[in-house]
Design a protein. Sequence first.
Length: 237
Amino acid sequence: MSPSSTHSTSLSSSKVLYEDNHLIAVWKTPGLLTQPDETGRPNLMDAVQSWLKQAYNKPGKVFIGCLHRLDREVGGIVLFAKTSKGASRLSAQFRDRTIGKRYLAVVAGKPDKAEGQLTHYWEGNDRPRQIFEKARPGLKEARLEYKVLAHENECSLLEIKLHTGRKHQIRAQLAKIGNPILGDTRYGGPPLKGRSDEIALMAYELSFTKATGEQQVHLKAASAEKWKKEFLKCPIH
């Protein structure tokens, strides 16, 4: 999907990136919620459930388990469980941090180091999230690795590997070091012209072990190369 994509309430087969008896991985367009919330807005989880029901002509309510989430403004790969076994096995992988998650981000400016690890300490009750450089009681560790892939138009393209999964972690940590994500005005990023429902962050790779057996699955967004070029040239206010 490109930065100009608009979200849809329905799911097409082209957005299904992987499926087996227990799991389904799909592409989430920016602007779409991952799962239902109190607003009642369209969400990806309901769309996947509806697609499974129609694709397999299933009677009654179709089981679907939400294993992880992406922020509404973020596009990328999302994995759902189709069975209770899939939900249990993959939830354990997420808890044990054996799931591989990589992101692309375009940020304002350029980090001081071309690559490195960021470790901060997390207070998750505030919005936007507050993070600190030193540990103290009640705070949780937030850790990621980043690498600068390109620098253009006073912006930098980063590849990010998550080691913890705090809400808004990437957004808050990059803002903390002075390099907020383009479009992420909540954390001090410059607005993107015509793209109020999207920030320059993509969940572009996901690796996991299947719910049965030991086979590894590695998924990568086919649109990543186009996305990189478009966002590095994005007009900002």
